[in-house]
Write a protein that binds this ligand. Structure first.
Ligand code: UDP
Length: 372
């Protein structure tokens, strides 16, 4: 059956919202977004907790980008506040700056350093591995065994239920190591947070007469009933699309325990990591980032899980091989049935929000070229 929609978009996360917005406002296309959950914004979803505090329901999202163009695009839908992304790591009974910087080195080795002395110290303790082939080798080659064991090994085992040896170097390689006193979690040029939250930003983005959203709707059930005039954008799990016929792609999941405290702040900064204590990996007091003024506070404790919603693809060779086989099927589906696969779940990639949005803009340019 032909539908009155030009595009059918599966998933109302960042990718689905961006593609709908571009197609609706730039090309005048009618878009239907169908979403399994009862809300938009995907894992960026934030909402007011019973306490009245704005929380990031699916874990903290620290928005950052190096692209002024991307920031300008999003600025049509939100104002910004500065991103106050400060993380500390609790190990050996003390709180350290994390990522590792000069302050961390000084506190850890109980010495005082400047940039040159810090580099000389690291040169003595790092392991001479030229091309790290996994996350363990990556960290050993950057900071040596003692700091690897204090800051990375336990956290990574908890987070992934795998040894860092069995994870690609890109996993721990996400975290910078610095020889200055910069305490920010990431290095990007623009580190900002939507001033009314992510959900509000995405709601503004898709607030357009050409865009319709159906929540709590299952694509596999509706598939036969809705045939878009131009194309389908699929942002769900790629193996689900093919009914897992090649086997299930493994994902790492999370469970969050939100606790409320009767004080303005519990932590000195938004996030504390616990590499070697507790069952949870980190505690997050998002008020430090949202800037909300409230006499009470909420802290979430994050428990990695092997079952549950898909959060992180697991970057290991056999998973990459399985994904490659699904990707071949997906490409065939694109050619034969105009279904385009985009985003973290559909491409089995560990993406930050800015990267997901960049990929959506790229997919949009592709479909405009093909069907515009
Ligand atoms: N990691 C670690 N110790 C930490 C924080 C992170 O060993 O204190 C490792 C861990 O393997 C993690 C990866 O570095 O999965 C990337 O960390 P990031 O904080 O970027 O993870 P995300 O916020 O995406 O969960």
């Amino acid at each position: 059956m032909l539908s009155p929609f030009d595009l059918l978009i599966v998933g109302a996360g960042p990718v689905g919202c961006v593609i709908a917005e571009r197609a609706a406002s730039q090309l005048g296309w009618k878009c239907l977004i169908i979403e399994k959950r009862n809300h938009i914004a995907g894992n960026c979803y934030d909402r007011f907790h019973e306490s009245g505090i704005l929380i990031h329901q699916y874990g903290p999202h620290y928005f950052r980008t190096n692209s002024k163009e991307l920031l300008d695009y999003l600025s049509q839908f939100t104002g910004w506040i500065p991103g106050n992304y400060i993380v500390k790591s609790s190990t050996r009974g003390e709180l350290f700056n994390f990522p590792i910087n000069l302050n961390t080195l000084e506190q850890f080795f109980k010495t005082s350093l400047d940039e040159n002395k810090g580099k000389a110290l690291i040169e003595q303790i790092r392991e001479p591995i030229e091309t790290p082939g996994n996350s363990e080798e990556f960290v050993l080659s950057r900071v040596g065994k003692e700091m690897y064991e204090a800051f990375y090994l336990g956290y990574t085992l908890k987070q992934w239920d795998r040894h860092p040896k069995d994870l690609s170097a890109s996993v721990c390689g996400r975290i910078p190591i610095r020889f200055n006193r910069d305490c920010r979690y990431v290095d990007h040029d623009y580190q900002v947070t939507p001033d009314h939250g992510f959900t509000a930003m995405f709601a503004n983005m898709i607030n357009h007469p050409n865009i319709q959203v159906m929540l709590q709707a299952d694509y596999l059930e509706l598939k036969k009933e809705i045939t878009p005039k131009r194309a389908t954008i699929y942002c769900g799990c790629v193996d689900d699309y093919f009914e897992k016929k090649l086997g299930a792609l493994p994902w790492r999941s999370l469970e969050f325990d939100f606790r409320e405290y009767d004080k303005e702040y519990l932590q000195p900064c938004v996030q504390i990591n616990y590499p070697n204590e507790h069952e949870y990996t980190r505690s997050v007091e998002i008020k430090h980032v949202t800037g909300q003024k409230h006499p009470r506070t909420t802290v979430s404790y994050e428990y990695p899980r092997s079952k549950g919603d898909p959060y992180y693809p697991i970057p290991a060779p056999q998973n990459a091989e399985l994904y490659q086989r699904y990707q071949n099927l997906a490409e065939q589906e694109t050619r034969e049935n105009r279904v385009h696969f985009c985003g973290r779940l559909a491409t089995y990639k560990y993406m930050n929000t800015d990267e997901a949005i960049e990929s959506a803009l790229k997919t949009f340019e592709g479909i405009k070229e093909l069907y515009g």
